[in-house]
Design a binder for this molecule. Structure first.
Ligand SMILES: NC(=O)c1ccc[n+]([C@@H]2O[C@H](COP(=O)([O-])OP(=O)(O)OC[C@H]3O[C@@H](n4cnc5c(N)ncnc54)[C@H](O)[C@@H]3O)[C@@H](O)[C@H]2O)c1
Length: 469
């Protein structure tokens, strides 16, 4: 390497180390109206040749591909990223990842991505690869191993949810992030979604349009589906499976349903939405009760349907939130609802399932919030309903009008969270979901399985949500 290039490399590394340390792990952006917009459009303040972030990825299955696409999609890519290494034990998926990355690298004039089956080998090549950041999109049971190794190798880590299927390992992830001073972002991407930031921070928490919110609701319902398959000619051999900790190809592909590898649908899907409950109630739950069972997919180890109720105690008093995950009906799709004395927020990652507010019949007028740009005007005939008529029998009152949220997220709902991570690596943002928040969510979500198993109410102590060495 010539002297000039070497200096540039050292400047880049020094710049990223200093700025990421300044961004710090553990704080959340407040996300006011302007801030939430700023978050998604933020450009690198360290732009120029110093802002190339060298990235590696472990796990390029379904979600790994979504994340790559969210980073690199033509015309909408996150600026300043250079993917230099990809690791996956399964050649079939690895080749897809390599293809995506090499097409991008070619267009940018970068070299081919380095390809690995063993993450340890990838990290041992750090001198040549000069990675700054690592994306971990392997199955949940491997997150801690991969994220901790990445941070110990000097990389900032974006790790998919569920942070870990073991609380002890999740704790080790947070402690490693603190010890190494490396950023650890957990993939609860709603925390960076501008629609959620606006609806929760601006409308519910700051402006209090809903009044006191006492009830939360969330669901993720899916229709009956078969186990995930694989092309027979691309199956891993028995020896390859065994080396990687899997006993059959089916368990390797359907890891979510098995206790060694994942936490079942409640953890896989519920973690995203139960995470939102504590954001909106500004506190962690005090208890959870739950019921569920292996009632349909008899060959699986995890519950295929779960219903649970969390209780929260905040400055305004008690609040409760019901959550259900169903895998034998798609009824209602996936969304969350937060019900206050003046109205309800119905929100989802997909606008079809939720992207609006419903006003209670006697709540104060919301038109001023339309003028302020917080809500869109009600477009249906319902807007003309006399909502101040106190004589109206509420038992037969018409469905409340829907006031749409003004923010459109486009086709890349994971991108703002990745953007936030890379902005934090550059020192231009605080992480929206640092390991500490991922840990709090893991404590609440993993307890649901325990509540189903024991059929007992689980009570939480505040200190259970804290990570100490
Ligand atoms: N944030 C979200 O909305 C979201 C959505 C889907 C999945 N996820 C998460 O993403 C992660 C991956 O899920 P998925 O659906 O892509 O699963 P997947 O099975 O499709 O992909 C996992 C990939 O990891 C690879 N892998 C397994 N063991 C490995 C090892 N030891 N080293 C390297 N590679 C290994 C597999 O070969 C596969 O390519 C999970 O943690 C999941 O919970 C998050």
């Amino acid at each position: 390497m010539d002297k000039k290039r070497k200096e540039t490399k050292m400047d880049r590394r020094g710049f990223l180390t200093r700025t990421a340390a300044a961004a710090g792990a553990g704080a959340i952006l407040a996300g006011g109206l302007n801030k939430s917009k700023a978050q998604t459009t933020q450009k690198s303040a360290g732009a120029g040749k110093l802002d190339d972030i060298n990235v590696g990825i472990i796990g390029v299955g379904a979600q790994g591909q979504v994340l790559l696409n969210s980073c690199l999609k033509a015309g909408q890519s996150i600026p300043g990223l250079r993917f230099k290494a990809v690791c996956d034990i399964w050649k079939f998926n690895r080749e897809k990842g390599v293809k995506t990355l090499n097409a991008y690298n070619k267009a940018k004039g970068f070299g081919d991505v380095a390809e690995f089956t063993d993450y340890k080998e990838m990290l041992s090549k750090q001198k040549e690869l000069d990675l700054d950041a690592l994306i971990v999109a392997t199955p949940d049971w491997l997150h801690a191993e991969h994220a901790i190794a990445g941070m110990n190798a000097g990389l900032h880590v974006y790790c998919e949810k569920e942070m870990s299927n073991s609380l002890e390992l999740a704790k080790q992830m947070v402690l490693t992030s603190r010890k190494t001073r490396k950023l650890l972002q957990i993939g609860h991407q709603r925390r960076s979604n501008p629609r959620y930031l606006h609806a929760i921070n601006n409308i519910v928490l700051d402006s209090k349009l809903l009044g006191r919110v006492m009830q939360g609701y969330g669901q993720w319902n899916r229709a009956v589906s078969e186990d995930i398959g694989w092309p027979a000619k691309h199956a891993l051999t028995a020896a390859e499976l065994a080396t990687s900790g899997y006993d059959t190809m089916s368990r390797f592909r359907n890891w979510r349903w098995y206790k060694t590898y994942g936490g079942g649908p409640i953890v896989d899907l519920g973690s995203h939405q139960i995470d939102i409950f504590s954001w909106i109630f500004k506190t962690n739950p005090v208890s959870v009760i739950a019921s569920g069972g292996i009632d349909y997919y008899k060959a699986h180890e995890w519950y295929d349907n779960v219903m649970c109720i969390f209780e929260y105690k905040n400055a305004e008093g008690m609040a409760r939130a019901f959550y259900q995950v169903q895998t034998t009906t798609r009824h209602g799709g996936f969304h969350e609802a937060f019900m206050g004395e003046n109205g309800t927020l119905v929100i989802s990652e997909v606008p079809r399932d939720g992207n609006w507010l419903e006003k209670e019949i006697n709540a104060p007028d919301w038109n001023k919030w339309v003028k302020k740009g917080y809500l869109k005007e009600v477009s249906t005939k319902m807007a003309k309903t006399k909502t101040t008529n106190v004589m109206l029998d509420v038992r037969v009152s018409p469905a409340p009008p829907k006031w749409p949220l003004p923010i459109d997220l486009g086709a890349l709902p994971h991108q703002p969270h990745l953007h936030n991570f890379f902005d934090a690596v550059r020192g231009n943002a605080k992480l929206n979901c640092p390991g500490e928040i991922g840990y709090e969510t893991a404590v609440a979500v993993l307890a649901v399985n325990k509540a189903v198993e024991t059929q007992k109410k689980i009570e939480f102590k505040p200190e259970e949500f804290e990570v100490h060495a």
